[in-house]
Design a protein around this ligand. Structure first.
Ligand code: ATP
Ligand code: MG
Length: 350
């Protein structure tokens, strides 16, 4: 078992702050995803947990034991990196076996463990091939098998699917989720792909410039983003965010007016998701010319400019309009999220 605790963990290089005051308890067997744009501190956080990077401030504990000064090899953690780091001269079998040799695991058990790990990621037919004779997805699975074979308490995976094509990503993603469940290991998974985060995670940590923005289940993060950064990062498309003024429960902005809201008078940012609104009759809350129309197959996405932003609304798949046609969009107050215009923080009293 492995519960991981980060207490006031910071990483600084000189005056540059890579990770700022990170606090989190990761439960035993949890699948935690670190999500955020490039440079937000995901890899740094992971490397500190693995022991590959010193902690400037704070403590990291595994099962109650502070590990700040523990060597990576003594942490019972297996890491899978974006670049697979396979040994080109060894075949698949030897690559998977390597960690057992390094750790001087009883040689009698090697063959069984290597075969079991290989079977889990369906590599049995390729045991005698060298990495150069494998596809990207197969190499990725060798890297996974090499982590699995150790039977660690913790898996750290840093963008392990980034070199795969879209289809392979989806199937390998499912495999990883299933493995983590089967093996009952605590898993921390880094990605900047929000769909990957939503599909894999028990909980997601959204980071920006070294600072945790929100921690929650995928549903919590999607349905109640803590601020405009999270709202604008999660979802495809991301949440629509319009600038305007709230006065006695009515939000007014460029080409938009929505009544029946609860919040303080003054400037606010109003958000709603494309799938929660619809193309309405002439009485809609937004009335604006079509900027673009995209056929998605299962729906038609309409974009207009309103409230100082590009706003997307999902329409019925048969809906058609010409660019420049005025459309009326229904945005009921129940689907709206209000955020502080200055700080971007969610306004709770809704
Ligand atoms: N050794 C270092 N010295 C100084 N700054 C560093 C060092 N390593 C990382 N950084 C900086 O710390 C910040 C966080 O880096 P990190 O690698 O954790 O980002 P990331 O979230 O993993 O991004 P990406 O998605 O691009 O991999 C970046 O701005 C990076 O330039
Ligand atoms: Mg990184």
């Amino acid at each position: 078992m492995a519960e991981i605790q980060l207490r006031n963990v910071s990483k600084r290089w000189g005056s540059f702050v890579g990770v700022d005051d990170f606090n989190l308890t990761i439960a035993d067997e949890e699948f935690l995803v670190l999500l955020g744009p490039s440079g937000c501190g995901k890899t740094t956080t992971m490397r500190m947990i693995a022991g590959l990077e010193d902690v400037t401030e704070g403590t990291i504990s595994i099962d109650g034991q502070v590990v700040n000064d523990l060597d990576p090899k003594d942490r019972d953690i297996a890491m899978v990196f974006q670049s697979y780091g396979l040994y080109p001269n060894m075949n698949v079998y030897e690559n998977i076996r390597f960690p057992l040799k390094v750790r001087k695991v009883d040689a009698d058990s090697h063959d069984e463990r290597v075969k079991r790990a290989a079977a889990m990621v369906e590599l049995e037919p390729f045991m005698h091939r060298k990495p150069a004779e494998l596809s990207g997805g197969q190499r990725q699975r060798v890297a996974l098998a090499r982590a699995i074979v150790r039977e660690p308490n913790v898996f750290l995976m840093d963008e392990p699917l980034s070199n795969l094509d879209a289809k392979l990503r989806v199937s390998t993603r499912a495999q990883i989720k299933n493995l983590s469940h089967e093996l009952k290991v605590t898993t921390i998974y880094v990605t900047h792909d929000q769909i990957e985060a939503m599909t894999l995670a028990d909980r997601v940590v959204v980071m920006k410039q070294g600072v945790v923005q929100q921690v929650g289940t995928p549903t919590e993060i999607y349905d109640r983003p803590a601020n405009t950064f999270v709202a604008g990062f999660i979802g495809s498309p991301a949440m629509n965010l319009m600038e305007g003024t709230l006065q006695d429960g009515t939000f007014t902005g460029d080409r938009v007016s929505i009544s029946g809201l609860n919040g303080p008078n003054g400037p606010v940012t109003l958000g709603f998701r494309a799938e929660d609104a619809h193309v309405g009759d002439d009485q809609g809350e937004i009335s604006a010319p079509v900027y673009t129309m995209e056929l998605l197959g299962d729906a038609t996405m309409i974009a207009v400019r309103a409230g100082g932003a590009m706003v997307s609304v999902k329409a019925h798949k048969e809906f058609r309009a010409e660019i420049g046609d005025t459309v009326s969009l229904s945005v009921s107050p129940e689907i709206c999220h209000l955020f502080d215009a200055q700080t971007g923080a969610r306004i709770a009293a809704e």
